[in-house]
Design a binder for this molecule. Structure first.
Ligand code: M6R
Length: 610
């Protein structure tokens, strides 16, 4: 949700902190701030708004020192304001802290501290932490941290600077991600890896219940509650910093849309035997007996990942005949789900840190289920806690609107479905070969599709002033429609809904009037005649329809106002192609409206709060 950076070393501290924050802005960007220990005291500069605003202030009054922390915020407690921005300090500025997460019992602590005479300057939950440090400090920082965290309930990743210790940076993790970077005479903390890659590729991943003491020459990891020293292997990051930069594209989203063919190839690599057309997952040591034990699959995820799960349901049921439920994680975790040792639970999360999905994972394990995670981030909480992991190889996804993470998640479901079907022998060898060939053809077909985006740009211009828009489709097309609609809402702020086309006449048809834009997906051959009927229904009410169909499928231009064609493929596999024009329409509409495409309002990339 929020982004934390911290640095200790000889480099220009202000530059290190602000460039690190720039890389973390996707996690939240409604306010920003830094605190630097200048050798004598702790100086803080923070403000509502984006990093540019902080830069303007720092131009007037720059900071120097060897130790500092920074924060970019996505508001949860208290609206975006200068006061609510991090870092927070106690009244004496003896301690400065940056916090990611939510302190659930902050009101109780706040009341207690106010009674003791402390005054608060913000509405945040986080400010209690800086006052607690002042209140409980006894000269020993480790012991003080232990006392402070004993009082906190909830989720917290913390970066802490103490005025008493100009040569030490402290970090604590509980249910919110935090990594430590270790370089030559320097060390860093961060919520995410890209923010430290300019300095080092050597990372320690802090686990829940752990803290770290960083000096410029040394890192000490401790169990927070006991103070026991821990040893941990360094994790070496093997992807390039350029992969997390824009590489000439105007926006990360556009770059990431164009990276999809490559991301799909990487996700397939090593998992498909091209000659025999079989799937192998070295990471899954499942025997046929083990698979036969599972009488159902439950897929749990949020947002776009949930939409990938909907495709997963179609694919697994179609190929294996195992029944599959798909649930939104925030609902799943607060019901009494029917999940047990006979269930394979699949959690999907690009970031691997989504709080609701992580909670669903833990709950499922508690109920005895085997949990497989599909995630894009090695070392994320979900990757570490799941029983098995399928890594999507999308590379870092920076734009808040998820694109390449989605298509690699969908691809993982095709591979998993085929893998299970191979073992259970539920599909013929011929069909498996045909399916795999279609999957292997997708990256080139996607490249072809991406070359024809000019017409979609024109179409986006035509819908930019619409007050509402509908996506309709049947079967797999409906699942893709849901994703198209979310993408459009997220970055264009235009209201839109996705409907199973046959459902329209049960209520929603009342909303269709002269000029209402509708995007109709017609790639599923077995229901295409039915779709034509639904298109006629909306056309009769004055809707303007863009039809998205498969080349050579049928001449949709007889029925719709505009047409867009995806390359020919097997019906089951088309979602990987159909979603691309929808991603581009969202992108170009947002662009035409002058919105901040990569950082849409009110959202953040990584949702580590409930
Ligand atoms: O990191 P996750 O995949 O768990 O994130 C889940 C959702 O928050 C995410 O997919 C969100 O819906 C995207 N911003 C959509 O583009």
């Amino acid at each position: 949700m929020c982004g934390i950076i911290g640095y200790i070393g000889e480099k220009d501290i202000q530059k290190v902190l602000t460039t690190g924050l720039k890389k973390l802005e996707y996690r939240g960007y409604d306010s920003v701030g830094i605190a630097v220990h200048n050798g004598d005291s702790v100086q803080v500069n923070k403000s509502k708004g984006r990093l540019e605003e902080l830069h303007q202030q720092l131009d007037q009054h720059s900071f120097s020192g060897m130790l500092g922390i920074g924060h970019t915020r996505w508001a949860t407690h208290g609206h975006p304001s200068d006061e609510n921005s991090h870092p927070h300090t106690d009244a004496n500025k003896d301690f400065a802290i940056v916090h990611n997460g939510i302190i659930e019992n902050y009101l109780e602590i706040k009341r207690e501290l106010i009674e003791k005479g402390y005054t608060f300057s913000s509405e945040t939950d986080s400010e209690v932490i800086s006052h607690l440090f002042y209140h409980l400090y006894d000269g020993d920082m480790v012991a003080t941290i232990q006392q402070v965290v004993k009082r906190l309930k909830g989720a917290y990743a913390l970066g802490i600077v103490s005025e008493h210790e100009p040569d030490r940076l402290y970090a604590v993790r509980e249910a919110s991600p935090l990594i430590i970077g270790t370089g030559e005479e320097e060390a860093l903390i961060s919520s995410d890896i890209p923010a430290v890659l300019d300095h080092t590729r050597d990372i320690y991943i802090l686990e829940d219940g752990e803290m770290a003491i960083l000096t410029k020459d040394d890192i000490t990891l401790l169990q927070t509650s006991t103070g026991e020293q821990l040893s941990r292997d360094i994790f070496r990051v093997d992807w390039d910093v350029e992969q997390a930069e824009k590489n000439g594209y105007d926006h990360f989203m556009l770059k990431e849309i164009h990276e999809q063919p490559e991301a799909l190839k990487k996700t397939t690599a090593g998992r498909v035997n091209q000659e025999r057309k079989t799937v192998k997952f070295d990471e899954l040591q499942w025997s046929r007996d083990r698979i036969e034990q599972w009488d159902k699959v439950t897929i749990v995820a949020c947002g776009t990942a949930y939409h990938a799960g909907l495709i997963g349901k179609h694919v697994i049921e179609e190929l294996t005949r195992i029944p599959v439920d798909v649930e939104v994680a925030s609902e799943f975790r607060y019901r009494r789900p029917i999940v047990n040792e006979k269930t394979l639970v699949i959690v999907i999360s690009q970031s691997g840190e989504t709080a609701d999905t992580l909670a669903a994972l833990r709950q499922s394990q508690h109920l005895g289920a085997n949990v497989l995670a599909i995630t894009n981030v090695v070392g994320s909480s979900i990757a570490r806690e799941a029983d098995e992991v399928i890594l999507t190889m999308a590379g870092p996804e920076i734009a808040v609107a998820s694109t390449k993470a989605y298509t690699t998640q969908v691809l993982s479901f095709y591979l998993l479905g085929i893998y299970l079907a191979q073992i259970k022998q539920t599909i013929t060898e011929d069909y498996r070969q045909q399916l795999l060939q279609s999957i292997l053809d997708i990256p080139n077909q996607m490249e072809e599709l991406l070359e024809h985006s000019a017409a979609l740009r024109r179409y986006s211009e035509s819908i930019k002033d619409a007050s509402s828009l509908f996506f309709i489709g049947r079967g797999l097309d409906h699942a893709v429609a849901l994703e198209g609609s979310l993408k459009l809402k997220e970055i264009s702020y235009i209201h839109s809904e996705a409907y199973a086309a046959g459902e329209l006449k049960h209520g929603t048809l009342a909303l269709i009037e002269e000029g209402t834009p509708i995007i109709a997906l017609i790639t599923q051959e077995e229901v295409s005649e039915k779709m034509m009927g639904n298109i006629k229904e909306v056309k009769a009410r004055g809707a303007q329809v863009l039809g998205v169909s498969m080349q050579g499928n049928m001449d949709i231009l007889e029925y719709v106002d505009d047409g867009c064609y995806i390359p020919e493929s097997l019906s089951l596999v088309t979602p990987l192609l159909t979603v691309v024009p929808l991603q581009l329409i969202s992108y170009y509409t947002s662009l035409a409206l002058g919105n901040d495409v990569d950082k849409p309002r009110n959202l953040a990339k990584s949702v580590t709060v409930e």
